[in-house]
Design a protein around this ligand. Structure first.
Ligand SMILES: [Zn+2]
Length: 291
């Protein structure tokens, strides 16, 4: 990269292979750059045509996993165990025995010093895969409204102090934030439900709309008295969110207009999305050269 410093003089900075790859993708433009003593940050933008989606998937998240799916299928992305998720393959983690206390302990131990780094890494892999799969299947991702989620984990709600601590320790918005920006980059619509649309999504039967019953013995399962079936709590939420998102999808035609109210509007063609690559490496600054 050559930066003109004065008439006929350029300051040259070698870019890494990764950076060059990113900025040479079709449609990607470098908008601006910031240069500090040790770092060069490039602000890049891309014109992304919005992907036309046929269906939706809901994203539910809790301490253990991210659950993505709809009535057809749901996948769990285990945040506690999967350190590596292959770039393009979906790893379907079979739901483990949820009433195993050792697992809870193992998860708790993860929230130690390396917490930020490790969860960040796991989360990045998971969100990357979720977006890639959604693009492949042309499904818009539906996110719940998470305002006020912390009030669910307060003293006097029948949860232990340690449990509350862990739940509140989660950065609730992080998974959503990652999915939103990764989706926007590739032009995948994201539907963010309102508080009202989110309400009850984890306790309503996706088949009949009845309020589901929980039972201490069922742990992470819920029971519908009307349909007489036991359902997985995370799956229930994902399916309901997918459906509620689809309702909104159906109301607006063409579907792309739906996003005009949302944040993804920035990704619409002609309105490029600025994305900063944090800390794009400028390994060594070379002295000014004549260019
Ligand atoms: Zn039911």
């Amino acid at each position: 990269m050559h930066i003109p410093v004065s008439r006929g003089k350029h300051f040259s900075i070698p870019l890494t292979k990764h950076t060059l790859e990113v900025i040479s993708q079709p449609g990607v433009k470098v908008r601006s750059f910031t240069l500090t003593l040790s770092k060069l940050s490039l602000c890049i933008a891309r014109d992304t045509p919005m992907i036309e989606c046929r269906s939706t998937v809901g994203l539910d998240r809790n301490l253990r996993n991210l659950t993505v799916g709809n009535d057809q299928q749901t996948h769990h992305y285990d945040l506690s165990k999967c350190l590596r998720i292959a770039n393009t393959t979906v790893r379907i983690v079979a739901s483990f025995a949820r009433n195993d206390d050792r697992i809870r302990t193992a998860i708790a131990s993860m929230y130690g010093q390396r917490r930020t780094y490790r969860t960040g890494h796991i989360l990045h892999n998971a969100t990357k895969t979720i977006v890639a799969v959604a693009v492949q299947r042309k499904t818009a991702i539906v996110l719940e409204n998470i305002e006020g989620i912390r009030s669910l984990y307060r003293k006097g709600n029948g949860q232990g102090r340690k449990y509350r601590g862990r739940m509140n320790g989660w950065s609730f918005g992080e998974a959503q934030r990652q999915i939103e920006y990764k989706a926007r980059w590739v032009g995948l619509p994201v539907i963010r439900l309102s508080r009202r649309e989110t309400r009850g999504s984890s306790v309503t039967c996706p088949r009949c709309g009845e309020r589901l019953q929980s039972d201490k013995r069922l742990r992470r399962k819920l029971w519908c008295g009307k349909c007489r079936i036991v359902m997985d709590r995370d799956r229930v939420a994902a399916v309901n969110l997918a459906r509620r998102g689809r309702v909104r999808f159906a109301r607006s035609r063409p579907p792309i207009l739906l996003e005009a109210q949302g944040r993804a509007v920035e990704a619409v063609k002609g309105n490029p999305t600025p994305t900063v690559i944090p800390g794009v490496d400028a390994p060594k600054l070379t002295p000014p050269t004549k260019g």
